[in-house]
Design a protein around this ligand. Structure first.
Ligand code: DHB
Ligand code: FE
Length: 287
């Protein structure tokens, strides 16, 4: 059977992608950011997952205000790189895993989550920057990816609780797939940042550190964190962090923390990154 072997969270700051693509990752500004991912790059090169269920948000690249799915699962064979205004990033196309994606779609929908099934979806920095941070600049991504796009752009986004429950449903789906696959779940975006309005530039390390601690050790307490708290404490774009709860729900009650990194600032954003694995013998916790 397929199994979830690990979870990763990371910010997806677009300027990180630009720094990599233009060969500036060793500059004084960017070196400390990339240094925080060195451990993870080695770890993932050794663990070699087969598939990543990559939870991210589209930034008006594949979707627009004309169509706003709350949760969308990419079931295609491949996903093209979106043009975000300066041409697509020079990174490989993303190869999907249709069999498992359709199984997750079926399992979660019959589990009463209203997923939107997407068969054509260009993927933007929300998905490609996390891949670049963990895999660098390969000729082809060494892993299949199932994109799950979450609306955190247009009010109302899903609640943290709904995200956590979806993570648990994704775990049930993966564990009922009859193929021996090593699957990771990633939650991307965050941490504190606000790109607009009078509070543009807001960063709140105190909130971020507490969020990291609670995500690892007390995720139940984050299920009830209200949208207004994310907005007030972590800025308007800090709401991206609800996506981290999907990853966390998929890992089960107890986890081992393998790696943690936090750095400010990168562009307008606080960069946070975790690598977690389910604790041994964890059956997934209460559902
Ligand atoms: C920035 C961060 C984001 O998450 C994003 O989607 C766009 C910009 C930034 O820090 O500049
Ligand atoms: Fe973003």
């Amino acid at each position: 059977m397929a199994r979830i072997s690990a979870g990763v969270t990371t910010s997806h700051v677009p300027a990180i992608g630009v720094a990599l693509d233009l060969g500036k990752s060793d500059s004084d500004y960017w070196r400390p950011v990339f240094a925080g991912y060195e451990w993870s790059k080695k770890w993932i090169a050794e663990t070699k997952p087969d598939v990543i269920v990559l939870v991210y948000n589209d930034h008006a690249s594949a979707f627009s205000l004309e169509l706003i799915p709350t949760f969308a699962i990419g079931c295609a064979e491949r996903f093209a790189i979106a043009d975000e205004g300066f041409g697509p990033r020079p990174v490989p196309e993303v190869v999907g895993c249709p069999d498992l994606a359709w199984h997750i779609a079926q399992s979660t929908i019959l589990d009463e989550f209203d997923m939107t099934i997407v068969n054509k979806m260009d993927v933007d920095h929300g998905l490609t920057v996390p891949l670049s941070l963990l895999f660098g600049r390969p000729e082809a991504w060494p892993v299949k990816v199932i994109p799950i796009a979450v609306n955190v752009v247009q009010y109302p986004p899903p609640t943290g609780n709904r995200c956590y429950l979806l993570g648990q449903a994704i775990r049930r789906a993966v564990e009922s797939f009859d193929e021996d696959l090593d699957v990771q779940v990633w939650g991307t975006g965050g941490m504190s940042h606000q790109l607009q309005g009078p509070r543009a530039g807001l960063i709140n390390p105190e909130f971020d550190h507490e969020f990291l601690d609670r995500l690892v050790n007390d995720p139940e307490s984050l299920r009830s964190l209200a949208h207004i708290e994310y907005l007030r404490e972590s800025g308007s774009e800090g709401i991206e962090m609800v996506m981290w709860l999907i990853m966390r729900g998929a890992l089960g009650a107890d986890v081992n923390e393998l790696h943690r990194f936090y750095h400010v600032p990168a562009s307008n954003c606080a960069v946070g990154h975790l690598v977690l694995e389910p604790a041994a013998n964890d059956s997934g916790g209460p559902s």
